[in-house]
Design a protein around this ligand. Structure first.
Ligand SMILES: Cc1ncc(C[n+]2csc(CCOP(=O)(O)OP(=O)(O)O)c2C)c(N)n1
Ligand SMILES: [Mg+2]
Length: 359
């Protein structure tokens, strides 16, 4: 695995931008929570209790390390796999589960695909399924923030495959020309569903693509929490100082399927997965934490128990939350219902009452 490869413009500093020692346990706690969410949600989907889930297993250090280096006022433009980022930013577990079910607690009222959540209070923009669309959006939002005088950065999250989209080019080109305060955080998890990184591009690294757009790119070991944090904190400081954007390529591996609709055994070998599992970000972070005086294996076990019981509790509450009323989809179309919508609503209520259609 490549160590931080530095370009003159995007130096990964050390010291000043290190994740403080006191923050490691909290970071690890969030990584454990994210992994436990994967475990639970994959099983809930297999039981038919939620429809769809996108796991992040293997990418926890990259996501948590990146999110911890941000300010709550910064703007996150996720792809669809950024559960670790949502958790760091304080999105409650139950709100995520409500969205997966699409119940009446779902702030998006069941109108988004499951797992495609967004949270206004956390400056966490709704997930982007069409690959790369979030990239120029993040650049535009950064330029708007700068014009308003907001001292914030925007972060676009995307994968290795998304570097082949037109929007990647448009976004990075714009960012380079206008020196937007944007961090392009590419999680190179080696696969774009069944397309391996080796076939995605002939560029030696994804980070080096930044050079063509006139700014710095840096490769970091995305299984190393401290290294990711340092790179993002440095890029953020540079962006705020007016030194423009940075492309960070965090090298990771997607341990699980692309989504619950995928079977990775059809296109990659168990040996490859096993090789990367030796660099499991949770194990690496745990090793660091075990160096903390007084930290014991029992405390580690307690973290897992705590995560699983928090999720179980949130799931119980989410499952017990009533569904949305069937007429909900006629709301919010206009600020006030038009006569036509009113008519359709009455008609639907009548059909429900006569049990011609069911909730
Ligand atoms: C524009 C576009 N093309 C194709 C797809 C189908 N698609 C969904 S996810 C995906 C792979 C994306 O890979 P990557 O960017 O590496 O992200 P990862 O899923 O690995 O995190 C593809 C091809 C899509 N959603 N949007
Ligand atoms: Mg990928």
């Amino acid at each position: 695995m490549a160590n931080a490869t530095l370009t003159p413009d995007a130096r990964v500093s050390s010291g000043e931008f290190d994740l403080p020692p006191s923050a490691w346990v909290e970071a690890y706690r969030t990584m454990v929570l994210a992994r436990a969410m994967d475990e639970r949600c994959l099983s809930l989907q297999r039981q038919g209790r939620i429809g769809f889930y996108v796991p992040l297993e293997g990418q926890e250090a990259a996501q948590v390390g990146c999110a911890l280096a941000l300010d709550p006022k910064d703007w996150v433009f996720p792809a669809y796999r950024e559960l670790g980022v949502a958790l760091v930013r304080g999105v409650p577990i139950q709100e995520l589960l409500d969205q997966f079910i699409g119940n009446s607690g779902d702030r998006l009222k069941g109108r988004q695909m499951p797992n495609h959540y967004g949270y206004r209070a956390q400056n966490f923009v709704v997930a982007s399924s069409p690959l790369g669309t979030q990239i120029p959006q993040a650049v535009g939002a950064a330029l708007a923030a700068r014009r308003r005088g907001d001292a914030v950065v925007t972060v676009a999250f995307f994968g290795d495959g998304s570097t082949s989209t037109n929007d990647f080019h448009a976004g990075l080109n714009f960012a380079g020309v206008y020196r937007s305060p944007t961090i392009f955080f590419c999680q190179n998890n080696q696969w774009a569903i069944s397309m391996p990184r080796s076939h995605q591009t002939m560029s030696a690294t994804l980070a080096e693509k930044a050079e063509a757009y006139g700014f710095g790119g840096v490769v970091v070991d995305g299984t190393d929490l401290g290294q990711v944090y340092r790179a993002v904190a440095t890029a953020r400081a540079r962006a705020l100082a007016g030194d423009g954007p940075t492309l960070i390529e965090a090298q990771v591996y997607r341990f699980g399927p692309h989504s619950t609709s995928d079977d990775p055994k059809r296109y990659r070998s168990d040996a490859e997965v096993a090789e990367w599992r030796r660099r499991d970000p949770l194990l690496r972070t745990k090793e660091e934490i075990m160096k903390t005086p007084g930290w014991t294996e029992a405390q580690d076990t307690a973290l897992w128990t705590e995560a699983r019981s928090r999720i179980a509790e949130a799931w119980k509450a989410a499952e017990g939350t009533p569904p949305l009323p069937p007429t909900s989809f006629l709301d919010d179309v206009f600020s006030e219902r038009t006569p036509q919508l009113e008519h359709q609503r009455r008609e639907l209520l009548g059909l429900l009452e006569r049990k011609v259609v069911h909730e």
